[in-house]
Design a protein around this ligand. Structure first.
Ligand code: ZN
Ligand code: ZN
Length: 559
């Protein structure tokens, strides 16, 4: 007999046939039956917990394959939390209230600031230091952007970190300079942020934040993640105490200007010290360029305005030879690659290096991933397929705030702005696609919103977006991407489930609802195949089940 039976539902299995079944049974945390309601009776005994789904939908537990853990939770618990500030005044009030309430602190840290809420010169460079100086002239204030690619400092913070207009950041970093005074503006971008000493959190603080993170993820139906810069030690501790209820593939950032061998040794040390059944620390994260917003994403054609680097094409952060060397060594040692690449030229160079590595090491089952892929050259899609490279996309980003669209995307990219964040072209080219939020860059990693955007990519009925806009106070969103890039519900669900499992070598135990696999499941309060596409983001998770155990239950929370 089984311990748990789900029946009378629409269970999307994400198996190879994309089957939908009515019922499933779970024993010892594993799926032992999928099929119809009649058949599941054979697995139902007096001690079985039976959930009548009443036509509701069940999905495999979701995978977010690029997420920062614990992300905003550290900020929410311990710092100035600006994730919900929609206007400069809101942000400044939050900062000022926090500082007034904590007069004894020596340094004030904050996070989650959206640089998009500013206007004019401050939208392009970031907010000025003087705004912070007015609130706090005598102690350092350091505020990180929600995109994690820049930070905002007051004069005191610039001073104690020794940053002047003469400071030269390494590796393509940017120190914004005030053109009127010739002094630092108050904004550091990309690798220039490494000039700052950030607060080190204690193990206990990180543990608490990771628990909060896990709770949030269960609420959205996730049972697995690929964590950027994973807190490996803390995850191992949670695993030992039995409190870890998700699978984690941990990734660790490699830098272009540190010796490769040292970085490989370091990762292997982490792997042997902290790997456990649910956590595999096996992935190298590499940034090869910056972001379009800062003119640092590396493009084939120059930015129309605000482009950094030679020819205003943005910045490629690695020497091509060293990058290839890193890829070769990773492939040889069975480590996976997860490469941040935003610009079309950056992705072209990464594919070149992956091809060179394959030539050197030979064909293999490497499952390397390129993430973000904001702009992609037509000719590169088939190279993903040929090289077996996985495309990790953030569907959330196909919609932009009107201010960002009008002041950043269109003026910087021109015609290219209309072809950002492709998804459909990858599927059409036979590429394996995985999906992610990049939370906290995406403030709410609600996969149902990503599904809605991926399957519609249509802003022709602004009213459809009103609920979201009202809730988030951000005004109507605007289309920033081609409707031709939309995909089917099944395609995007596969990206969030079985493809995520495949991309981390977990497809034999998770990612689909099939006999023998772990029972990682999400019960939704509606059937995605049966409702208006534009209302998909209102679908809520009712229960999240990890290895047969209910880890989130909306009913018990609402009571
Ligand atoms: Zn990134
Ligand atoms: Zn990221």
């Amino acid at each position: 007999m089984s311990e748990l039976v789900l029946k009378n539902g629409v269970i999307y299995t994400a198996d190879i046939f994309d089957s939908i079944v009515e019922a499933a049974a779970v024993k010892d945390g594993k799926i032992i039956y999928t099929g119809d309601d009649q058949g599941v009776k054979n697995f139902t005994g007096p001690a079985t917990e039976v959930i009548d789904l009443n036509g509701k939908m069940v999905l495999p537990g979701l995978w977010d394959t690029h997420i920062h853990m614990p992300g905003a939770k550290l900020t929410e618990l311990y710092h100035i939390n600006l994730y919900d500030s929609k206007k400069p005044e809101d942000a400044l009030k939050t900062i000022s209230d926090y500082i007034k309430a904590r007069p004894d602190k020596l340094i004030y840290y904050g996070g989650g600031l959206s640089p998009d809420i500013f206007s004019g010169e401050e939208l392009l460079r970031g907010p000025k230091k003087e705004r912070l100086d007015n609130i706090c002239p005598d102690k350092p204030v350091i505020i990180t952007f929600n995109d994690l690619h820049g930070c905002w400092l007051n004069s005191k913070a610039l001073e104690i970190n020794g940053i002047t207009s003469q400071t030269k950041p390494h590796g393509g970093g940017v120190i914004e300079i005030d053109p009127e005074t010739g002094l630092p503006w108050g904004i550091l971008k990309e690798t220039a942020m490494e000039l700052i000493k950030f607060e080190e959190f204690s193990g206990g603080e990180i543990l608490q934040a990771v628990k909060e993170f896990q709770k949030m993820m269960h609420g959205y139906g996730y049972t697995a993640i690929l964590a950027i810069d994973a807190p490996a030690e803390c995850l191992a501790a949670l695993s030992r105490s039995g409190e870890l209820n998700m699978r984690v593939s941990g990734s660790f950032v490699f830098y272009p200007d540190k010796p490769l061998n040292d970085q490989f040794d370091e990762l292997k040390k982490i792997r042997s010290a902290h790997d456990c059944p649910l956590v595999k620390n096996n992935i190298i994260k590499i940034f090869v360029d910056g972001v379009v917003e800062h003119g640092t994403a590396y493009l084939h054609e120059p930015y129309l305005e605000g482009g950094k680097g030679p020819g205003q094409r943005g910045i490629f952060l690695w020497d091509a030879g060293i990058l290839t060397q890193a890829f070769i060594q990773a492939n040889k040692e069975g480590l996976q690659l997860h490469v941040h690449s935003i610009g079309d030229a950056a992705t072209g160079k990464v594919l070149d290096a992956l091809a060179a590595a394959e030539t050197a090491v030979g064909r293999g089952d490497y499952r390397n991933t390129i993430t973000h892929l904001q702009l992609v050259s037509q000719g590169d899609y088939r190279r993903f397929r040929e090289l077996g490279v996985i495309a990790n996309v953030q569907p959330y980003w196909a919609f932009k705030m009107p201010s960002v669209w009008e002041k950043i995307d269109l003026p910087k990219l021109g015609e290219r702005a209309w072809h950002q964040q492709p998804i459909g072209s990858f599927f059409k080219s036979g590429v394996t696609v995985t999906a992610s939020s990049d939370y906290p860059v995406t403030v709410y990693p609600n996969a149902m919103r990503a599904v809605k955007i991926a399957v519609t990519r249509d802003d022709s009925s602004p009213s459809h977006y009103q609920d979201y806009a009202v809730k988030n106070g951000r005004g109507d969103e605007k289309k920033a991407a081609d409707i031709a890039e939309r995909v089917s519900i099944r395609q995007i669900l596969r990206a969030f489930t079985i493809n995520g499992a495949y991309s981390t070598f977990n497809e034999n135990i998770s990612g689909s609802i099939e006999t023998g696999k772990d029972a990682d499941l999400v019960i939704l309060d509606n059937n995605l195949f049966d409702i208006d596409l534009f209302s998909i983001d209102r679908v809520k998770v009712q229960k999240t089940i990890f290895r047969g155990k209910i880890v989130y239950d909306a009913d018990s929370i609402n009571q």
